[in-house]
Design a binder for this molecule. Sequence first.
Ligand code: FAQ
Length: 327
Amino acid sequence: MYGNAYIDPDAKQEQFEDDPVKLAEFEARIAAGEKIEPKDWMPTEYRKQLVRMIEQHAHSEIIGALPEGTWITRAPGFRRKLALMAKVQDEIGHAQLLYSAAETLGKSREDMINDLISGKSKYSNVFNYPAFTWGDTAVIAWLIDAGAIVNQVANSKGSYGPYCRALERICAEESFHLKYGHDNVVYLATGTKIQRQLVQEALTRWWGPIMHFFGPPDKMSVHTEKLMRWKVKMATNDDMRQQFLNMYVPKIWDLGLVLPDPNLRKNEATGLWEYSEPDWDEFKRVINGDGPLNKERLAVRKMAEERGAWVREALKRKDAQYVQPLA
Ligand code: FAQ
């Protein structure tokens, strides 16, 4: 066991599920901009959606540490190694914060980890791709973190207190990651011909997954409408993608880097970016378990889980001595 005992959210809330008065009160609180806290009444569907989303987010942080984590031993130089180690530690810390926020809704950490390892729960598409070179880690730290910030700054203004508070703290740390990633990309893009090529190739590899990162186009999105009504999600997938393009494409072009989409341009009349649709079939395959590294990523998590079992066992022992007196 990891922490809170599992409470079946359906069993606990069912009696109120169709209570129109409670629902109206709840929706009025949301409309007034109030935060919903764990002990407050909430519709079963709100609870379920939050668990789904926060849990997926927590899994993304923990799996997201893997592509960059494999580069700690190979980082070029001591300064980069220290920064990368700190970043990877931060991502794991984010997972801890998010698992705790999801636990307040009644699902135990053990169940969440089991659902991750069994492939039942999703996590972000991007972390199923390999980081072949140091250039890949630079692109991840700059642009994936940038995408995560666009999403999380918006959602930190949402309605569920524990998730919003976790997101505020996470965003503060992610903004350091973004600076580290930007510095890394600038260094490579203004370096030797080989360094420039390294980061350009990485950018070309990651562009499709980054476009996928914000989720399917609004017309294909399943959950957006409901989540926005309840202020769990504060912007649509397409709005977040547009915001990201608007903030980062000019910066990428300023560095003389090329994006692998000949149709990418800002339509000055509408203020919106036009682009070629990324391959949404590939996105579906990746998020449903059939991406380049899905099996490897889950195998590593499973191994970590099995190897850490003795620590959890030891912590459960009532007679455990946590503090060794100094001799
Ligand atoms: N990857 O109806 P929608 C990070 C699924 S943290 C995988 O539009 P929704 C930090 C979706 O779950 C990154 N699956 O869904 C870091 C649903 O499937 P389901 C994670 C995706 O919820 C940086 C189906 O498609 N951030 O990067 C993705 O309204 C660097 C239909 O989609 C969060 O999780 C995807 N990209 O909108 C760490 C933020 N997109 O569950 C290390 C919180 C969609 O019905 C290094 N989450 N799907 O089976 C959200 O804001 C939302 O859940 C969205 C998706 C926007 C991701």
